[in-house]
Design a protein around this ligand. Sequence first.
Ligand SMILES: O=C(O)C(=O)C[C@]1(C(=O)O)C=C[C@@H](O)C=C1
Length: 287
Amino acid sequence: MAEQQTKKRISFLGPDASFTHLAALKAFPDSELIAYTTIPECIEAVADNEVEYAVVPLENALEGSVPLTIDYLFHEVQQYVTAEVLSPIEQHLMVHPDNAKSDSFEAIYSHPHALAQCHKFLYYTFKNTPLEQYSSTSAAAKMVSELPERNIAAIGNEFSAQKYGLTIVHREIHDFHFNHTRFFVLSKTNHQLDNPAHNDKVKTTLMISPPKDDRSGVLHQVLSVFAWRQLNLSKIESRPLKTGLGNYFFIADVVDDEMSPMMQGAFMELAALGCTVKTLGSYYTYE
Ligand SMILES: O=C(O)C(=O)C[C@]1(C(=O)O)C=C[C@@H](O)C=C1
């Protein structure tokens, strides 16, 4: 008798109708999706075996990386990227139906990345309206739906307006088109999942801490490790080590499998240079 496949449990940045929820639905249409309030809680749920996978936002095409995700993966846990998911992002301004005729608001609430993606719209349309950061776009939408007596608005996706019964009063308010967010699917074990739109290209994400002697040219040396091996870096950026101003680690995406001979050689050379490398594993790219 076929083993009863227990449903996989997936944590995501909630509540329902966040962009992360939509990404989790795309990646795991038949799993048990469990909403958490913050990104660290999603990641800790994997660490504590409450769930098998976490879906968390990593970077946005307009705003760049989500620092909390990167810093938590670097400083707090060893987890692996088993898949990446890319989602188009459309931001709308929404209000409780009782306030649908307002043309000014006490405040506008949303996730900091969502507020930043709509900076120009907000500056030119609601210049003097306080912008309040919230844990997620859907949390902001849910709060606005529960407080009709306050003349406030939220920024979020169409799904959250429907879910929480809000009226969209300004559509597509993000400043640039082609707005996408990249999400990581995290696990305690290093393996690769099929993703809904993967091709056979594989990426590896590394967190590289330079040697402590702070000698000049170390970044050039690190880049050379990949360059002469023709290992394509699709991304590299620095993040504070939190050991003092000017101390950084680098997060890099390399377009190759970490088990390839060239990548194994790169790991050895980086160690010989005195670098510490934390790998987040290899995964199929999402095209
Ligand atoms: O707030 C949400 O809906 C999220 O899923 C988080 C998040 C993010 O962290 O960037 C995801 C996609 C958008 O860029 C806006 C916010």
